[in-house]
Write a protein that binds this ligand. Structure first.
Ligand code: FCB
Length: 460
């Protein structure tokens, strides 16, 4: 047994009564339980087997990450994936969401494919399937090849064709074994944080880049849906959206919260599912649109992927490019250790809003708590705060299901502690603790809790 393991189900690894499981009675009998990860956050091996640099390697090299952390080793998943798949098996998950690193397959973003990179995902997918787990493949989790960013990245309309070709390569290579495909992870986050939040007011060219990038990512989504659908019979395709209720920090920030809602929540699902941009964005998008674009974007999808953590609080920022930014949270709201608001009711409401607006089966593809976990003197990691968070959020999801939302699966972010973007390795979201110097994996109390929940759910 590993530290933190407990053979018996009635007590937790610390000997205390095991925290009760979450209510799940309203969930479908074929509900899918899973975990999610992404390539740059776990793989490491950034210079191995011909991989090219991504925009995140560049940011790391420039020292823009906390503690000057880099993705060079991360969780060393590139070499240790069998051990990680064994963890998934112990957890009892039915599906595993991961992403493919575009610069591993196409080091320059386009051109000749890199066979060793392609072969890595062959090995990974085969091992996931051999473990009885369904692979859910996301094409893009933020690691754009640097060579393409140098050509203007998403702000260049050619990015639509680059992405479609990459999607075709992935579909041709893995479509015999993978049927679940996601195009983009959180398009609003990587576009807003790259082109939106940092700018100043009056910078028309800067704002223009944001609107171009939004439109091109939407077109790239549509093109990738077609490329995968044509090549993979029986494929089930969707996109993964970060969708949170936008709450004004003060009553005077109501306009700012509405503007944020248009960019953060609706700029991608509205055109992709409803063939229209939110009314607030229409005039800004107009100059970048060509005849037929909305039809190219709204290609039929099979499901809606939701990543949700807590509401976004928004304030008016006069002199800024967008006129708004994330703002102070209302007092009295409980926060996770990294300061994200804990509001399960907002999760329930978001699920109901999405069900009503988009009328698609919903999969929750990320939810979880970021903290500063540490092993105790016995070597166990007792993350009761994460268990309480997950229990409350799964309960809220159950409420949304009983109120009629068609929710078909729930994936925790994340299987492992990993490279948490600008925060580097400081913040930990894993069900499994990573001791980075030794790369030892220690399942946390939440790992056992989630495993027991899955067991109970599958007995239902
Ligand atoms: C989401 C990202 C994911 C992870 C979690 C905490 O926005 O998709 O990669 O960083 O937040």
């Amino acid at each position: 047994m590993l530290p933190g393991d407990s053979a018996d189900n009635s007590t937790g690894p610390d000997g205390n009564q095991r925290p009760e499981l979450a209510p799940i009675a309203a969930l479908r009998p074929d509900f899918i339980w899973g975990v999610s990860t992404s390539s740059f956050q776990i793989e490491g091996a950034t210079r191995e087997d011909g991989r090219g640099p991504s925009v995140w390697d560049t940011r790391c090299q420039k020292g823009e990450i906390a503690n000057h952390d880099t993705g060079d080793i991360a969780c060393d998943h590139y070499h240790r994936y069998p051990e990680d798949i064994a963890l998934m098996q112990r957890l009892g998950i039915q599906a595993y969401r991961f992403s493919v690193a575009w610069p591993r397959l196409l080091p320059q973003g386009r051109g000749t494919p890199n066979e060793p990179g392609l072969a890595f995902y062959d090995r990974l997918i085969d091992a996931i399937l051999a473990a009885g787990i369904e692979p859910w493949l996301c094409l893009y989790h933020w690691d754009m090849p640097q060579a393409l960013d140098d050509l203007g990245g998403w702000a260049n309309r050619d990015s639509v064709a680059w992405f479609a070709d990459y999607a075709a390569l992935v579909a041709d290579r893995y479509g015999d074994r993978v049927k679940r495909f996601a195009t983009f992870n959180e398009a609003s986050i990587f576009t807003l944080f790259r082109y939106g939040f940092d700018g100043v007011a009056g910078d028309i060219a800067g704002l223009d880049l944001l609107h171009r990038a939004i439109h091109h990512v939407n077109l790239a989504h549509g093109a990738a849906v077609d490329a995968v659908r044509e090549r993979v019979p029986g494929s089930l395709i969707g996109a993964i959206h970060n969708y949170q209720t936008c709450r004004p920090s003060t009553p005077a920030d109501a306009q700012a919260a509405d503007a944020c809602d248009a960019y953060w929540n609706r700029a991608f699902p509205d055109p992709q599912c409803l063939a229209s941009y939110p009314s607030r964005l229409r005039a800004a998008m107009e100059p970048h649109m060509q005849a037929g674009d909305l039809a190219r974007i709204q290609r039929p999808v099979d499901w809606f992927g939701l990543n949700h953590y807590g509401p976004t609080f928004v304030k008016t920022v006069p002199g800024s490019r967008l006129g708004f930014a994330t703002g102070e949270k209302w007092t009295g709201i409980p926060l996770t250790p990294m300061g994200w608001p804990i509001v399960p009711d907002a999760f329930r409401d978001t699920l109901l809003t999405i069900a009503k607006n988009y009328d698609l089966p919903i999969y929750v593809l990320e939810n979880g708590l970021g903290g500063y976990d540490k092993p105790d003197e016995t070597g166990a990691v007792i993350d009761n705060d994460r268990i309480a968070y997950l229990r409350a959020y799964i309960g809220a999801m159950n409420d949304a299901a009983s109120a009629g939302a068609d929710i078909r699966g729930y994936f925790i972010w994340s299987l492992l502690d990993n490279f948490e973007w600008d925060s580097g390795y400081d913040v930990r979201f894993g069900l499994t603790y990573i001791d980075y110097p030794s790369q030892r994996r220690i399942p946390k109390a939440s790992f056992h809790w989630y495993g027991n929940l899955i067991k109970a759910a599958r007995r239902k």
